[in-house]
Design a protein around this ligand. Structure first.
Ligand code: 7TS
Length: 407
């Protein structure tokens, strides 16, 4: 019996909703997670009591607001084991973080003939910014070919890295296959070749402990909304020396040291990369999400997410006419599948009629869909408020769907 972690479903008010007369079974956390009451309360409390712009005015609200923002930054720095909060840049999310790295570091240090090594399982957010960087500079993309189960081997990584490789980038966890990639080992190979290692942590930071120093990586991107926080807030973490060396990409208020009519100089980190008014409430809400996850303990969250994803794989793979993608074990967070002869959108719709929310589509990973030789898949994804009761419901729901379409 896999229960939701310490019966925390009570903490998530949305899980009390009924959908088409059924208990909501939310299996779409890889798209966005639900939010605990403590995060919702912190957002309300901020707007009710503290709201003011940060880093500029000298009045009580402005000072409290700035303190709350910096307090959140500090918590997030500790959560990912950053050396300093100066390395934590607030962005809108993983997508903006990865685009920022490609612009800020890439446009300065990547040149003609240089190579970016990445995998075909990347989300478009960790592919298109590199395609565009290569186009702007005359560089190339090289792909780490996948094993048949959707994993990568270090031998294949070694095969793709050359002395022209300047950037190696990988999602720590695939949003479709659930594959857990060996980012620390790949970072070592990248560094041996003199390349930097960029990690897309959108699906890993919510589900497993993150230690950027132990991993030995250079940049990490992740989103607040997939880890119990608000939408519109995310993080770009980078090693301080690399962030110092890189150029800002958003110019305007609060990111400068000095401005005259013709030119400007840049503020210290992290302000250099945070031009304009940040999503203050969002950052504070993400701090509250980090508090919530830390109180439970990320090792427990990791175990829970893995057990659910592996259990889901095993149960779905046992059903007639159902194909599940990615490695059976180890995996985390997701189980993408297809039912023979039924379009994933139809699967999703029939499941929705039973209160079950999943995602169907290409999951912003079209090259991976080509590799799988499918147009799209259905995908159930799990988080700490799910239990094996939800997998039971999914399995029953799939059987209902098959009967509905006479399969
Ligand atoms: N990278 C990965 C691995 C992701 O799974 C996602 C979002 C992103 C980047 C982009 O994150 P964003 O917050 O900037 O949008 N993945 C998904 C998904 O799997 N279903 O909906 C969004």
């Amino acid at each position: 019996m896999i229960t939701a972690l310490v019966d925390i479903t009570e903490d998530f008010p949305i899980l009390k909703r009924q959908i088409h007369g059924h208990r909501l079974i939310y299996l779409d956390s890889a798209a966005t997670s639900q939010k605990p009451q403590s995060v919702i309360d912190v957002l309300n409390h901020y707007y009710e009591t503290t709201n003011a712009n940060v880093l500029r005015s000298v009045h009580t609200l402005a000072e409290e607001s700035t303190l709350a923002l910096e307090n959140a930054r500090e918590k997030i720095a500790q959560f990912i084991h950053a050396t300093s909060p100066r390395e934590v840049i607030f962005t809108r999310g993983t997508t903006e973080s990865l685009n920022t790295i490609a612009r800020a570091w890439g446009d300065k240090f990547f040149g003609p003939g240089d190579e970016i090594v990445l995998s075909p399982m990347e989300h478009h957010s960790n592919l298109i910014p590199w395609q565009q960087l290569a186009k702007r500079t005359g560089g190339h993309l090289k792909f780490i070919e996948l094993q048949s189960d959707g994993t990568i081997t270090l031998d294949e990584v070694k095969r793709q890295i050359t002395d022209r490789t300047r950037i190696v980038t990988l999602s720590a966890v695939s949003n479709v296959l659930g594959t857990i990639n060996p980012v620390a080992e790949v970072a070592r190979l990248a560094h041996q070749a003199g390349a930097i290692m960029v990690v897309d942590g959108a699906q890993s930071v919510p589900h497993q402990p993150t230690d950027v120093q132990a991993w030995g990586i250079d940049f990490l991107a992740f989103s607040g909304h997939k880890m119990l926080g608000p939408t519109g807030i995310g993080v770009l973490w980078g090693k301080e020396a690399l962030l110092e060396a890189a150029d800002p990409v958003v110019f305007g208020g609060e990111m400068i040291a000095y401005v005259d009519r013709e030119d400007a100089t840049w503020a210290e980190l992290p302000a250099k990369f945070e031009g304009g008014t940040p999503h203050i409430a969002g950052a504070i809400g993400l701090g509250a999400a980090v508090d919530y996850l830390t109180a439970i303990g990320m090792p427990r969250v990791e175990e829970h997410s893995r057990i659910l994803a592996e259990e889901a794989y095993a149960r779905l793979a046992n059903l007639n006419g159902v194909t599940v993608y990615g490695p059976p074990i180890p995996r985390t967070g997701v189980a993408a599948f297809n039912i023979t002869g039924i379009h994933p959108h139809d699967v999703s719709q029939v499941l929705d009629s039973q209160g079950i929310a999943i995602r169907a589509g290409h999951h912003c990973a079209q090259p991976l869909m080509h590799w799988l030789d499918v147009g799209s898949t259905a995908r159930a994804s799990f988080y700490l408020y799910n239990s094996d009761r939800d997998i039971d419901a999914l399995v029953d729901g799939i059987e209902v769907t098959k009967r509905y379409f006479n399969r």
